[in-house]
Design a protein around this ligand. Structure first.
Ligand code: PMP
Length: 408
């Protein structure tokens, strides 16, 4: 099926907005996505007949529970056809990392053990592992980057030892776009009995994800980067691992039996879903996943790669512009700096033309340190992004350079 960008665009009310008198050009998908009308409708519908889930026998609660649980099925299919009870709803990727670090991590990682991450991790997939290692007397190792912003598999492999208990890597980098060789990393981790956690926050909206093909043990993503609402996300984990994990937060809904001084836990995924969940958010996420599936993740990936090639070609012509991160495998995202211009000034200049790009360290300061920078500008693409918009960005960057008094 041909991918028709104009049909996709028509579904996004945000794209009818004007910013500083110009049509909005949203090139900040890596930060968060705009939402299609079906997601807005699903959220509104969930709030119009608000009810809690898993509790009531009345009609509205039964309806809410069925819509909420339908999202679990949609996510299980999205991730390549996993079991629905391996899908845990959390607040987002950050919470998923903390959940695993504080349950499985505390149980598996002890004094003298090792946890391995890479140098391109978002702070969310780094700081919780730092904390875990500090608490347990373990060592955090970091697989280095090469000059293109790729993780060298040989260097990664050399850091995996008999003491490695856990490996946590991004599927794709939010600062550079690099896609990591997760399958190969899984094999290396499993050879020493380590568990592989994958942060899928950036990869999920850029193409198909099959967690079994990736060979990972956990995979996390946030709804808001997949055209869904903020405040909700997913932790997928292998059933045997989830079964072995103690509860994280406790309270209502995660308990089987409660007596005066003790309680027993429900099976996963409910064991990890204490309290009233984000019912509206989960229902909105379900609409987003179904919408994304209707586009076809493989078709989205093709479009994304076309945009990437176009952006690289057009931005290469902008005087003074230098790409940061040029991995051979990338998602639709370009990070760059410009000689003599601070990234924030570039961001403000293109904002005046209605364009949203991101500037800063992108919550990935070890990446910035690797390149000796404090900030980059980043343009990241959505299913609705057009090559015309990328042309506009390139010309706006040229104008920005001139308006800052730089002749070329
Ligand atoms: N990991 C990566 C690679 C990300 O890009 C982000 C969000 N920028 C996160 C983790 C954290 O996601 P959230 O803030 O939705 O929890």
């Amino acid at each position: 099926m041909a991918f028709d960008v104009s049909t996709v665009r028509a579904q996004f009310p945000a794209l009818r907005r004007r910013v500083h008198g110009r049509p909005l050009v949203w090139l900040d998908a890596a930060s968060t996505s705009q939402k299609p009308q079906v997601v807005l409708d699903a959220v509104l519908h969930a709030m119009e007949g608000a009810a809690n889930v898993h509790r009531g026998v009345h009609t509205l609660s039964v309806e809410a529970t069925s819509a909420f649980e339908a999202t679990r099925d949609s996510v299980a299919t999205l991730l390549g056809g996993v079991a629905r009870d391996e899908v845990v709803f959390v607040r987002g990727t950050t919470e998923a990392v903390n959940l695993v670090a504080q349950t499985l991590g505390r149980a598996r990682v002890g004094q003298g053990d090792e946890v391995l991450v890479t140098q391109l991790e978002h702070h969310s997939n780094l700081v919780p592992w730092q904390q875990l290692c500090a608490e347990r007397g373990a060592t955090l190792r970091t697989a280095p980057l090469d000059e293109l912003g790729q993780v060298d598999l040989a260097a990664f492999t050399a850091l995996v030892t008999e003491r490695t208990r856990l490996v946590a890597v991004a599927h794709a980098s939010n600062a550079l776009g690099t896609v990591l060789p997760v399958r190969a990393m899984a094999d290396v981790a499993h050879a020493v009995g380590a568990v592989l956690f994958v942060d899928g926050a950036q990869a999920i909206a850029h193409g198909p994800v099959d967690v079994n093909a990736l060979g990972c043990d956990f995979y996390a993503f946030s709804s808001h980067k997949l055209y869904g609402p903020t405040g909700v996300g997913v932790l997928w984990g292998r059933r045997a691992l989830l079964d072995s994990m103690p509860p994280w937060q406790s309270g209502g809904d995660m308990v089987a039996e409660v007596e005066r001084t003790s309680a027993t836990w429900r099976e996963p995924p409910h064991r990890f879903e204490a309290g009233t969940p984000d019912v509206t958010g989960v229902i909105g996420l379900g609409a987003a996943v179904d919408w994304f599936q209707s586009l076809g993740p493989a078709a989205v990936a093709d479009h994304d790669q076309r945009l990437l090639r176009h952006a690289m070609a057009r931005l290469a012509d902008v005087p003074g512009l230098r790409f940061i991160g040029e991995a051979s495998a990338r998602i639709g995202l370009v990070s760059f700096v410009m000689d003599d211009v601070h990234a924030h000034d570039l961001g403000s200049a293109v904002d005046r033309e209605g364009m949203a790009i991101r500037t800063g360290h992108h919550c990935a300061q070890p990446v910035m340190a690797h390149f000796g920078l404090s900030a980059t500008a980043r343009a990241s693409f959505s299913a609705f992004t057009t090559t015309d918009e990328l042309d506009l960005l390139a010309s706006a960057l040229v104008r920005a350079r001139r308006s800052l008094g730089l002749a070329r």
